[in-house]
Design a protein. Structure first.
Lengths: 85, 396, 310
């Protein structure tokens, strides 16, 4: 892949780098308890929580497993479990 | 308005900059550059220019402002000298790497310590590794003309690099000459609006200043070096085009002055060339075969042009108004790098001369030429570094 | 990529960046850009944010972004702002997002110059209190008695002796329209302050406390919790200064003792194992009490965020 002039890069290209490989633990959202408050989506440093058809989902391609979503969830609807390698 | 006026070199430069319509000018004062930025400030205050004029708090910021402006797609200009140029060094390297074009005037002044405001070329020469293109001018007229060319060269889509126009402090900035100016329409045709391939724009978000690893670093540097090498042809074209428009032809990357049949050729940059040309004429009258190569474009280094002019010569006397302490003068070293190993090539004698404003006059040249003739007669292969006019009685 | 497309359009700092697990700064950046909207150009000086967001070929920035050098974020921003003005593109705004190393130390002169000139730049300092990108060396923003790698706690030292430089007040002394401090622990407040700043033209400054799990030494899931503790004990006052006047503060209902904040971080833990550490903690408590008094942080009424200055 040729280098660009002046090393200028198109924005958004980080989506080609799957940081999900960094995980030691993974979050799981229990949709029965989830109140759709959006805190998990707000606090995720990696934008790895999305709303798909009104349901909150984790994007495991990028989730680094930091646990912020689980810790901040006001109703404890997110659990962290060990990532299977 | 085609015009001829007697004016200060600094003002001629300001008028050249004005004619090129930069969007952004940044200014931090340092002798002997101040008259340039002051002239531009007066123009701004009188509403004669529309440029945004940013009065920065250091030269580091002066260079940073024009870099940011360039990345945002605007033509930009700044100027400095000596300590200020050194302070800009980091910024210039980074902007070269990011291929951000702008023009700066490097008003030549010696570098502290001891502190002095007198002229030599240590400051701009010390930036020779950075990738910034460097032009050196001999007169106020040439300063005006070359600033116009500088914007065109910098913004060329195959070049996209900062260009520094180097002019001797006081001798050119503060002396008065008759200077001819081009009509604005002619300048507008010669230097069309800046149109970079990339610019900071929310409509097409791009990222500048990435972190690169060893797998691509070499290629990035090669690409710049390659652009500089290929840029030599483009620079020749731009100078030639300007010569057609103005009727003033200074030559291309170099001016070869009476080098035909010259056994001894002096090599120099900047205003000292005026003196050297006079000395060459005097010595030629006396029957001595001497000539001058005036380097106009120092980076990229025009070794092919120089070689063309000196291939029959026996000795090159390089006047270096700078010294790489612990080694030799920069231009001498650049020449030796290219001529080393050429069979029957000329001997390069490097002369440190003109440091801190020490006068180089016809007698100085005469002594240098005399010494070079002795070198030629001895058939030396290598010449030791020499210091023109050194006063040993002062040494501790 | 598909799920990203469904994701909220206002997310302009996307996945795939290389920030540490649980990085407070990354959260802050997402919310800064939600508040500014996409008609901005962002300048970032060298630091954590620059390094984790710009490996060549992988950029999470959906806004135009430039990293130039360490010392010149404000000056580069001034140049961008001047260019936008010259081009008639002034609806596009300029925002610097830079760390404390650059803002408090090596870029301080550049910042002051930009403020003094009155350039139309919003400067946001994402403050994690050290040169974190390179492992946590001490900066002018490091809190008193924090242990950093160039001013570590040891048998003969409690860590940094000096105060944290009061940059918000220094910035406010330049007479600019808007200065605020914020915390990643209070994201709505953070967004509100950024939006407020965007209403002004001229220089504006926001300093955001962005806890760093990697070097402050706490669990990767605790950045907001640590941020809350910092605010609630008074060590991280949240204030707004408009045209030199203290306008609004975030009140604290029941100030926590500073121990709660300090004990939770490795960078202060030496204070609890060294003899005379208690005396040092008392000094830090005095700092927190001083902030509470100076800025009037104690909540006196039932409602939140009262307008009364101290």
């Amino acid at each position: 892949m040729k280098i660009s002039i002046g090393a200028v890069v198109k924005g958004g290209t980080s989506l080609d780098y799957f940081t999900g490989s960094w995980r030691d633990q993974r979050p799981t959202i229990d949709t029965e308890f989830c109140k759709c408050c959006g805190v998990c989506e707000d606090v995720c440093p990696d934008s790895a929580v999305h709303v798909v058809d009104d349901v909150y989902v984790i994007d495991y391609d990028f989730c680094k497993g930091c646990g912020l979503c689980a810790y901040e969830c006001p109703v404890d609807a997110i659990k962290m479990t060990e990532e299977e390698k | 308005m085609a015009q001829k006026r007697v004016l200060e070199g600094s003002e001629a430069v300001a008028l050249a900059v004005k004619a090129c319509r930069p969007h952004v000018i940044s200014a931090y004062p340092i002798s002997p550059q101040t008259h340039i930025v002051e002239a531009l400030a007066r123009m701004k205050a009188d509403g004669e220019i529309e440029s945004e004029y940013v009065r920065v708090e250091s030269e580091f910021s002066a260079a940073s402002v024009v870099s940011g402006a360039s990345a945002a797609g605007s033509r930009a200009y700044t100027a400095s000298a000596s300590q200020g140029l050194l302070l800009m060094t980091e910024v210039l390297y980074a902007s070269v790497g990011m291929r951000l074009p702008f023009v700066l005037t490097g008003v030549n002044r010696s570098i502290s310590a001891p502190i002095t405001i007198q002229v030599d070329q240590q400051d701009t020469v010390s930036l020779r590794d950075s990738g910034v293109i460097q032009f050196y001018v001999e007169s106020c007229q040439e300063a005006y003309d070359v600033h116009l060319a500088a914007f065109k060269v910098a913004e060329d889509p195959d070049i996209l690099l900062p260009v520094m126009v180097c002019m001797d402090g006081w001798i050119l900035t503060h002396s008065y000459e008759t200077v001819s100016f081009l009509e604005q329409e002619a300048v507008d045709r010669f230097v069309p609006p800046f149109n970079p391939p990339n610019r900071l724009d929310p409509k097409d978000p791009k990222t500048w200043g990435s972190y690169a690893e060893e797998n691509v670093l070499t290629e990035f540097k090669f690409a710049i070096h390659d652009a500089l090498q290929k840029g030599k042809d483009k620079i020749r074209e731009v100078f030639a085009e300007l010569a057609r428009i103005t009727g003033r032809d200074y030559g291309g990357l170099i001016e070869a002055y009476r080098t035909q049949g010259a056994d001894i050729v002096l090599v120099a940059m900047g205003s000292v060339c005026g003196t050297v040309k006079e000395a060459v004429d005097v010595l030629r009258e006396e029957g001595r075969k001497v000539g001058l190569v005036k380097i106009r474009c120092y980076r990229p280094f025009p070794y092919e042009d120089i070689w063309s002019a000196v291939r029959e010569s026996k000795v090159l006397a390089v006047l270096d108004a700078n010294i790489s302490l612990g080694s030799e003068g920069a231009v001498g070293m650049d020449l030796k790098a290219k001529l080393c190993g050429i069979r029957n090539g000329p001997i390069v004698c490097d002369w440190i001369s003109g440091l801190g404003g020490r006068e180089v006059n016809i007698d100085t040249i005469r002594r240098i030429v005399g010494e070079c003739e002795r070198v030629r007669e001895c058939g030396q292969d290598i010449s030791e570094l020499k210091w023109a006019g050194l006063n040993p009685a002062l040494l501790p | 990529m598909e799920t990203q497309a469904i994701n909220r359009r206002d997310n302009l700092f996307v996945s795939g960046h290389r920030a540490c697990h649980g990085c407070g700064m990354a959260i802050a950046v997402r919310h800064i850009l939600k508040a500014t909207g996409q008609d901005v150009i962002v300048v970032t000086p060298t630091g954590c944010l620059e390094t984790f967001s710009s490996p060549y070929g992988y950029s999470p920035w959906l806004v135009p972004w430039i990293h130039h050098l360490f010392e010149n974020g404000p000056a580069v921003a001034s140049g961008v702002a001047a260019a936008l003005k010259a081009q008639g593109r002034e609806s596009c705004r300029v925002v610097v997002i830079g760390g404390d190393g650059s803002t408090f130390d090596i870029g301080f002169g550049s910042l002051s110059g930009m403020l003094e000139r009155g350039d139309d730049v919003l400067y946001i300092c994402v403050d994690n209190g050290a040169y974190m990108n390179t492992g946590g060396q001490r900066s002018g923003a490091s809190p008193t008695y924090s242990s950093t790698t160039t001013d570590p706690a040891g048998a003969a030292s409690f860590g940094k002796r000096q105060l944290k430089k009061n940059l918000p007040e220094i910035v406010a002394a330049h007479g600019i329209p808007y200065v605020a401090t914020a915390s990643v622990a209070y994201l709505k407040d953070l967004q509100k302050k950024v939006k407020k700043a965007m209403e002004y033209r001229g220089p504006r400054y926001i300093q955001i406390d962005t806890p760093c799990p990697s070097v402050w030494g706490f669990g990767s899931d605790r950045a907001l919790e640590i941020g809350r503790l910092g605010v609630r004990c008074g060590l991280v006052p949240l204030i707004e200064i408009e045209n030199g006047q203290l306008k609004r503060v975030r009140k604290i209902t029941d100030p926590l003792p500073v121990e709660d904040y300090l004990k939770a971080q490795k960078r202060f833990r030496h204070l609890f194992s060294m003899p005379e550490g208690g005396g040092v903690v008392a000094e830090i408590q005095k700092q927190a009490d001083g902030n509470i008094a100076k800025y009037g942080l104690l909540k006196r009424t039932v409602d939140g965020n009262a307008e009364t200055p101290p």
